[in-house]
Every structure is written in structure tokens, then in C-alpha cells.
Ligand binder design. Structure first.
Ligand code: ZN
Length: 457
């Protein structure tokens, strides 16, 4: 049931809605966002016939809480999930429940087991988060993009060609450990020449330092290359999934949202992974909306948008009102190429929270994403300024236009900007906290999986 917007605008309601979440994918490592390596030729092609959001911000650089925001349009300060060992309160309506109530079949194919047990499975007729063929006892915490895609395509084959469905596919490959297939590693590794040249071309514009921690630069470059190879492996599987829609006659009347849950440090700001710091390499994620049926104005949106905006957008696609209390705003106005309503919008982000007792600093893993830090970190991100509020340390202010890699803290020289942004940030945080829900803990078996992944300390 596709409706047309007024004046021949793009379609707004779709029979088949696909949400693809790309774990650990920093926007600036994708071709569509300016990266010179061939990490994402397929997603780039979707973006050239769709809408790409230049400034999409994750709410938190941690998998489960960020996905909880995608599915509920609530910030972590409100839904209460601040780290991966928590579960969405049963009272919060989710995207899948909305589609289910609207008469859509719903299925999720999730490459990380704990994500399928965090309350986000609510509303799905089917959620698969085991490796296909694996016994319950032999569950692996992570499933490859190839396996997840295969399971999703199997499900697609069972769907009637005139049916309506909501499909969620989550790819985890870009998360550590980076073990890309040889062919995708080769596909991104075509840069020859001395390491200095590769460093200048690939890493300099992204604030990545190969000598971070004084380590081995060759090993660090290898690390970045393996990460890039994982991105390419995911992109190849995304192409396969998309192709299956055409083969099965499901492409018409479908809409795709491809989005990252958070980025990755890779050596920017002395950080390798994600979770604790909230600089742009961890917060700025890819976001592309694409309708194979066409009729979409290809464009790149410069305004700041947030993952809280996804549920209201999905609601438009389902012909539904977003659940009461949704914090975001539908992206539909940009899909319709309407003028932006609020170009001064600022994203509110935070770092993960910690559970348990403070661990001893680990000499073996000084850069682990889970490294403990005192206090809270929150940030307000506008088109130009980004203010970072740390309750246990000094404020930071960056001019993202002049200094996109956040290398010069302007807090000392721009006190009025800091004061105004601090006030806005604290007011928003206060309001959200006043409505905070209590996240539950996940079950003991999931906690074991988390420990095996190094998620809990
Ligand atoms: Zn993640």
C-alpha cells in the first residue's frame, strides 16, 4: 500500500521496510563519506540514488544502548541502558511492536547474541541470533555477515510477494577482532608505496595516528587495513541481501535504512575501540535512506540528525504515528526534499556507563574500549560547535567546521559558547533523567557471553 505525497513527491508508506544496522562503522571510513579506499562501493551506490545524512550522530558509542535508542527513540538517559549488560524495560514500545501492530510480518537477523536478548527482540515474529546450525549450547557470540545474510535471505524466500514486512539485519563484523576474508582485505589493500604516503592519504584527514601509544606503526596500519577489510566484507553482504530482493520480486515498494550504531577509535584521540570517549570517530555514523522503486531525490543532508529520529521515520513508512514520548523527529521532510525546519539542531550524546567495581589498569590492554574512567561524559553536537561536558575533568569545545578531527580545544578562548552550550546540555540531560526508566539486567547466560567477549569488567 504505497501512498504518494502531495505534488508527486516520493512515496511515504512502504510494504517492505528494511533496517540494516552496521556495528562499529565510523562514517569517515566509507567511500560515500570521503574515504579513498574501496570499503563501501555498494553502500556508496545506494547513497547516489538515495538520501545520505552527513551528520548522523549515535547517542552512545556502545552497541546495545545505541540500538535501544534506534528502536525506541529514547536517549540512553531516558531508556536507562548505559552499557551492554542491560535490558530494555518491558514498558517501552519498540519499532518492531509498532510494525507488528500495523500488520507487518517482523523478523530480525542479529549477528551478536546479546543484542537479541536485550529486550529489543520484543515485537519480532522471529529473531535469529544463533549461528545457523549451531546448537544452543554451542552458540557463538558473534555471527558473520555471510551467515546472517544467508539466514535473512532464507526467510525472505518464505515471504509472499504481496506481503508486508519489517526486516532488521545487524552486521557485527567491523567490531573487534578484525578478521576479514582474504579477498576483501585484498580489495581494500591496493594502496602501494611507503607507509608515510599511505598514512598521509588515508589516516591524516581522519585524525588517526599510527604512532599512538608509541607502538609499531606497521602493526597499526595493518590493524586499520583489517578494519577496512571488515567494512568491505559487510558491504559485499549488503549487496547480496539487496540483490535477493530483486531476485525474489520483493524490491518494489521497499525502503532501506542503513545506519551505524557507533564508530571506532582506530587510534584517533589515543583510542582504538569505542565506548568511553565521545569524539566524532566514535559518534558520527553512516546513515543512508534508499528506495529501490525510485522517485527519490538523491541528496546529501547537512543538518545534524540523531538515531532518535529513526523510529519516527519508520512510523511514517508504516503509516503509523510514532509512539508517545518519542524524542526524535521524522526524517521524512528531508526525504521529501522539504526545507529543514530546525537547522540549529544539536545532538545529545554520552559515553557508556560502567558496572561493577573499578578494574585494575591492564598493562596488556591499555587501549581497551572498556577502560574505566571517572565521571560522566556528555556532549552537545551542532553543525559547527561541539561541547563536551565531563563531570570529572575540564570542558572541551571544538569547531567541527574548522577542525573536524577535534584537535584544538577552544574552551579557554570561547567561554560564552561554552557557557551557553553547557546550559543547554544540562537542561536537556536534566529533563531526560527526570523521566528515566530502570533498565533490567540480562540473564546470567547472556552475562557469561558478555564476559567471554570482554564486555564486563
Ligand atoms: Zn556496536
Amino acid at each position: 500500500v504505497a501512498l504518494l505525497a502531495g505534488c508527486g513527491g516520493p512515496r511515504l508508506e512502504f510494504d517492505r521496510v528494511v533496517l540494516v544496522t552496521l556495528d562499529t562503522t565510523r562514517a569517515d571510513h566509507l567511500g560515500a563519506y570521503g574515504y579513498p579506499r574501496a570499503t563501501s562501493p555498494f553502500l556508496d551506490s545506494l547513497a547516489t540514488s538515495g538520501v545520505l545524512f552527513e551528520r548522523a550522530m549515535a547517542p552512545i558509542p556502545t552497541t546495545v544502548p545505541s540500538h535501544a535508542t534506534i528502536f525506541t527513540s529514547l536517549y540512553p538517559l531516558e531508556h536507562g541502558l548505559g552499557h551492554n549488560g542491560q535490558r530494555l524495560p518491558a514498558s517501552v514500545p519498540t519499532a518492531a511492536e509498532m510494525f507488528q501492530q500495523a500488520g507487518y510480518a517482523t523478523a530480525g537477523f542479529v549477528s551478536l547474541g546479546l543484542l537479541g536478548r536485550s529486550g529489543l527482540q520484543r515485537g519480532f515474529d522471529r529473531v535469529e541470533f544463533h549461528a545457523p546450525g549451531a546448537s544452543a549450547a554451542g552458540e557463538r557470540p558473534e555471527v558473520s555477515a555471510g551467515e546472517t545474510t544467508g539466514a535473512a535471505i532464507e526467510w525472505l524466500r518464505e515471504q509472499p510477494r504481496d506481503g508486508r514486512f519489517f526486516l532488521w539485519v545487524h552486521y557485527y563484523d567491523a567490531h573487534t577482532p578484525y578478521r576479514p576474508p582474504a579477498e576483501t582485505l585484498a580489495a581494500v589493500r591496493r594502496d602501494s608505496g611507503p607507509i608515510e604516503a599511505v598514512e598521509a592519504l588515508l589516516l591524516g584527514p581522519h585524525g588517526i595516528r599510527l604512532d599512538v601509544y608509541g607502538g609499531d606503526r606497521v602493526a597499526m596500519l595493518d590493524r586499520v587495513e583489517r578494519y577496512d577489510g571488515e567494512l568491505r566484507a559487510v558491504d559485499d553482504k549488503l549487496r547480496q541481501l539487496y540483490g535477493a530482493f530483486a531476485e525474489l520480486g520483493l524490491a518494489d515498494d521497499s525502503i532501506w535504512i542503513v545506519v551505524g550504531d557507533h564508530g571506532e577509535g582506530l587510534g584517533s584521540h589515543d583510542w582504538l575501540e569505542h565506548g568511553v570517549r565521545i569524539y566524532q570517530e566514535q559518534m558520527r555514523v553512516p546513515l543512508v535512506v534508499h528506495a529501490p522503486g525510485g522517485g527519490w531525490p538523491a541528496r546529501r543532508v547537512e543538518e545534524v540528525v540523531e538515531l532518535t529520529d529513526l523510529l519516527p521515520t519508520l512510523a511514517v513508512f508504516a503509516g503509523q504515528e510514532p509512539p508517545a514520548g518519542s524524542r526524535g523527529t521524522s526524517l521524512a521532510r528531508w526525504l521529501r526534499a522539504e526545507p529543514p525546519v530546525d537547522s540549529e539542531r544539536e545532538a545529545l550524546v554520552q559515553r557508556r556507563t560502567f558496572s561493577g567495581t573499578r578494574p585494575r589498569p591492564s598493562e596488556a590492554s591499555p587501549t581497551a574500549g572498556e577502560r574505566w574512567e571517572d565521571g560522566e561524559r556528555l556532549a552537545l553536537i551542532g553543525r559547527r560547535y561541539k561541547y563536551i561536558h565531563w563531570t570529572a575533568g575540564p570542558p572541551e569545545l571544538y569547531d567541527l567546521v574548522a577542525d573536524p578531527t577535534e584537535s584544538r580545544n577552544l574552551a579557554g578562548s570561547e567561554p560564552e559558547v561554552v557557557a551557553a552550550m553547557r546550559e543547554r546540555l544540562l537542561a536537556r540531560a536534566r529533563e531526560l533523567r527526570s523521566r528515566r526508566l530502570d533498565a533490567e539486567s540480562v540473564d546470567e547466560r547472556t552475562l557469561e557471553v558478555l564476559r567471554s567477549l570482554g564486555y564486563l569488567q
